[in-house]
Design a protein around this ligand. Structure first.
Ligand SMILES: NC(=O)c1ccc[n+]([C@@H]2O[C@H](COP(=O)([O-])OP(=O)(O)OC[C@H]3O[C@@H](n4cnc5c(N)ncnc54)[C@H](O)[C@@H]3O)[C@@H](O)[C@H]2O)c1
Length: 267
């Protein structure tokens, strides 16, 4: 059978590999024959080519981690994230957008034409186009320092999880246009609630009942980490070679139900 995914022998970098969706995607990529360089602030369990510590809140840490990566990288995945509280809004913005973007921009020269980037955002970012002024302003900043300074100067706008996820979607769409000339694809993936360590933080913030009443997938259960890791792997695969600039919503029809007025649209 043809290898539709095409990861055998490919050099893959995955940030946020310690737990949850990133851990699931890392294990699957190893099974598919990729050489995986796995990064996280926490220890990596999966049997990867190399595990590397990185703190996405810290530009120096990101640059030190980049220095340990190979000169040729076929595929980049971003799975790291903070849930907002109990972390500060600034830490959440740095991990979820500013540091992640610095990592991506710094690695891009090592990604050859035809490479691919996939980033996990969230269904929580679905309202990004209603918040264009702030989203465009942060996405327009040029680098880590510029992004951090904008967040510090605009704390009402840079108010944590939802905004960080809106910025990922806008950055992905904007960047896809820039990368056409190099035939590099970039997409993001928006999960519905998924059974990972982060979900308990969301329950602590607003209550399990609220999340389940308003955001649970129409199937009536949370997704498994693998049910997000697998479509993320698809996005950077050979099978998805004409897909770029997309926000793949993986929710078993939750957003569709809100669009058709079958459920309230809270986002
Ligand atoms: N679980 C959900 O219900 C849900 C829903 C929508 C979107 N998401 C998104 O999915 C992605 C994966 O999250 P998850 O649900 O697997 O949760 P998770 O908490 O298991 O994974 C997040 C990973 O990010 C790492 N991380 C945290 N701070 C870091 C830092 N400073 N530097 C480097 N790495 C750091 C963690 O160690 C962890 O491995 C995140 O972007 C999250 O926002 C999750």
């Amino acid at each position: 059978m043809a290898d539709l995914l095409g990861y055998e022998g490919k050099t893959v970098v995955l940030v946020g590999a310690a737990t949850g969706m990133g851990d699931a995607a890392t294990k699957q990529l190893v099974e598919l024959g990729a050489e995986v360089y796995a990064l996280d602030i926490a220890p990596i369990e999966a049997p990867v080519k190399q595990g590397i510590e990185v703190d996405l809140r810290d530009r120096g840490s990101i640059d030190a981690a980049l220095a340990k990566l190979p000169e040729h990288v076929d595929s980049l995945f971003h799975c790291a994230g903070l849930p907002g509280a109990p972390f500060s809004n600034l830490d959440t913005m740095l991990v979820n957008f500013v540091g992640q973007r610095h990592f991506t921009e710094s690695l891009l020269p090592r990604i050859p034409n035809g490479g691919a980037i996939a980033i996990i955002t969230s269904v929580a970012g679905i309202g990004w186009s209603k918040n264009r002024e702030s989203v465009d302003a942060l996405v327009a900043t040029q680098d880590f320092e510029g992004g951090q300074a904008w967040c510090e100067a605009n704390p009402d706008a840079a108010n944590g999880y939802l905004f960080s996820k809106q910025c990922i979607i806008a950055y992905t769409k904007r960047k896809s246009a820039d990368l056409v000339a190099r035939e590099i694809r970039i997409n993001c993936l928006s999960p519905a609630p998924t059974d990972t360590p982060m979900l308990s933080s969301f329950h602590d913030q607003v209550s399990r009942e609220f999340i389940e009443e308003h955001f649970l997938s129409p199937l009536g259960r949370n997704a498994t980490p693998e049910e997000m890791g697998d479509p993320l792997i698809f996005l950077n695969s050979t099978a998805a070679r004409f897909i770029s600039g997309q926000n793949l919503i993986v929710d078993f029809g939750y957003v569709a139900a809100t669009e058709m007025g079958l459920r309230p649209a809270l986002l």
